[in-house]
Write a protein that binds this ligand. Structure first.
Ligand SMILES: Cc1cc2nc3c(=O)[nH]c(=O)nc-3n(C[C@H](O)[C@H](O)[C@H](O)COP(=O)(O)OP(=O)(O)OC[C@H]3O[C@@H](n4cnc5c(N)ncnc54)[C@H](O)[C@@H]3O)c2cc1C
Length: 383
């Protein structure tokens, strides 16, 4: 058993912390924006961190995209800025299917720019009427004389309007195909999504007879779902990394406050129930962190067969972040409620994490299915 991170991971973490430090002064402003903050994007480009999202052959950092490295980076970045975390994460989520199934030409065309964050990427699955039940989606792709025609609507798409490329899931006959859609094609309309409690770069998309070449299909026709699952198998656990970073930042805020404010003649942190809440926060963060690192480590070599394990980490860490940040607000009393304070920002930012990339209830369903399939008494993590 080996619980220490190798030098390569320590380097990534240090690099991500340096990026977070570099944007600290603009983080609060960026986190209230529904458009890309140019200062944060510039700092992301300078950091070189997007290189974690593509293989070395196409300008990336490591030979293969490494889920543990991405987790560690998101943990460090999310502690400072949800805006920066999302920009970083989308570079992988919105491009990984090209790494997996793009043609050599598509990889050479897009991946180097994704790795430097010159091109922003996006993954368009959700639709106005379709969320968790993705197989009910209505967007269609149909063959026509010059290639393919894409029609439909997508909703709540991160980076919509800012991205240079979209990976869009569409119905093709009875199956689903994932398409590489360059942002500058005619027939794509983008409008703003309503601003959410923790603002995020989001847009609504409409595809009207968008003409695509036949090689816009990533992988084999009708195999789009496999690519979406393969993407989740590598990136879902990174949401858990971000949730751990958010919870740690909340605890750090609460510790600062409760060690300096006195009531009843003592710092708040020395009052029994407050101390116990802080101890519970620290314990839960560490539990989630260990599960997250292990899930990410298992996803390095065998992402697909460990998707349930990544789901456990995402479920545990995002629910933990909700509990922790709530307790941290509580121990800070009225000071925890001040609009646009760091703790209030973290409180709002924790909430969407239990909904996107698999709502908690949907993840529980899939973990339960896996449990029921496995032999009685056999732990899901057994290896
Ligand atoms: C900040 C943010 C960024 C996003 N970015 C993207 C993006 O880049 N690309 C993209 O495609 N989408 C994106 N989404 C959309 C996101 O993926 C969906 O919100 C998510 O899939 C859930 O779908 P829904 O919101 O329609 O909820 P619904 O599917 O309507 O579900 C509502 C609730 O019902 C419950 N529920 C649903 N199904 C089940 C079930 N089978 N069993 C038990 N309970 C269930 C859950 O509690 C769930 O939260 C983003 C969303 C947010 C908030």
């Amino acid at each position: 058993m080996h619980f220490e991170l190798d030098d390569k991971y320590l380097e990534v973490r240090a690099q991500a912390r340096a990026f977070a430090d570099a944007i600290e002064d603009i983080a609060a402003e960026a986190d209230e924006m529904s458009e890309v903050h140019p200062g944060v994007l510039g700092a992301l480009r300078d950091s070189g961190l997007s290189g974690l999202m593509v293989p070395a052959e196409y300008g990336g950092r490591f030979e293969r995209v490494d889920p543990l490295a991405i987790c560690l980076a998101r943990e460090a970045i999310m502690a400072t800025s949800a805006h920066a975390d999302s920009l970083f994460a989308l570079q992988g989520i919105g491009s990984f299917a090209i790494t997996l199934a793009g043609s050599e030409e598509q990889r050479r065309r897009w991946l180097p720019g994704v790795g430097t964050a010159e091109h922003l990427a996006a993954l368009a699955l959700t639709e106005p009427a379709t969320g968790s039940d993705l197989k009910s989606l209505a967007t269609t792709v149909t063959p026509h004389a010059q290639g393919l025609l894409l029609n439909g609507e997508k909703s709540f798409i991160s980076n919509a309007g800012a991205a240079a490329l979209y990976l869009a899931l569409a119905r093709e006959g009875d199956d689903f195909t994932l398409l590489l859609v360059p942002a500058d094609l005619p027939g794509i309309e983008i409008s703003p999504t309503p601003v959410i409690i923790a603002p995020h770069v989001l847009g609504e998309m409409k595809f009207s007879d968008v003409q695509l070449p036949t090689d816009a299909r990533l992988g084999k026709p009708g195999r789009g779902f496999d690519l979406v699952l393969a993407t989740l198998a590598v990136f879902r656990v990174s949401v858990a990394g971000a949730a751990v970073g958010l919870a740690q930042a909340a605890l750090d805020e609460a510790l600062r406050h409760t060690n300096t404010r006195e009531q009843f003649g003592r710092p708040l942190a020395r009052l029994g129930p407050v101390a116990q809440m802080l101890a519970d926060c620290a314990t839960e963060i560490e539990m989630a962190r260990l599960l997250t690192y292990r899930a990410a480590w298992k996803a390095i070599d065998e992402p697909a067969s460990n998707l349930h394990y990544s789901s456990m980490a995402k479920l545990a860490a995002s629910e933990m972040a909700g509990r922790v940040v709530d307790r941290c607000v509580q121990v800070m009393g009225r000071f925890g409620l001040i609009r646009d304070s760091k703790i209030e920002r973290l409180y709002r930012q924790a909430r969407p994490m239990r909904i996107y990339e698999g709502a908690s209830e949907v993840l529980r369903q899939s973990i339960a299915r896996k449990l029921n399939e496995s032999a009685p008494g056999k732990p899901l993590s057994d290896d």
